[in-house]
Design a protein. Structure first.
Length: 135
């Protein structure tokens, strides 16, 4: 939660991990016994908080987010026949844009991620549990 009149824009960095396996139909009609793509996105971006609405019930602040990413990609190929499997590694640049809402203890975001040959949607639900520690 933030006071959007003083600091409406936050800069952030994120590291994530996503794995995309192939469908069972792909395995049945191809030479593959396994194919998957692993993506490690390194992201820098900004998040803008709009003025809250529904302040009487619960404070909900709409959010817009834009970021740039360096994607570290790994495609794992394994075949049914005696052909040896291999791992293909590459990096790509991409971006993402998203919308969401922030409530004091809960953030909900939906993002669209784009890089050449790799596009996907993500849904992020963050629950914050405040801790109070005295020494």
């Amino acid at each position: 939660y933030t006071d959007n009149e003083y600091i409406p824009l936050f800069l952030f960095g994120k590291i994530g991990f996503a794995q995309f396996p192939a469908s069972q139909d792909f395995y049945q009609r191809s030479e593959y016994s396994h194919f998957s793509t692993n993506i490690l996105p390194l992201t820098l971006g900004g998040r803008y908080y709009f003025p809250p609405f529904m302040e009487r019930v619960v404070i909900i602040m709409p959010i817009v987010e834009f970021s740039g990413s360096l994607l570290i990609l790994q495609n794992y190929h394994d075949f049914k026949n005696a052909r040896p499997g291999y791992i293909e590694e590459s990096t790509k640049l991409g971006f993402s844009a998203g919308i969401g809402a922030s409530m004091f203890l809960l953030d909900i975001m939906t993002n669209y991620h784009y890089s050449p040959d790799y596009q996907y949607l993500s849904f992020d639900l963050k629950l914050r549990i405040p801790l109070f520690v005295t020494i």
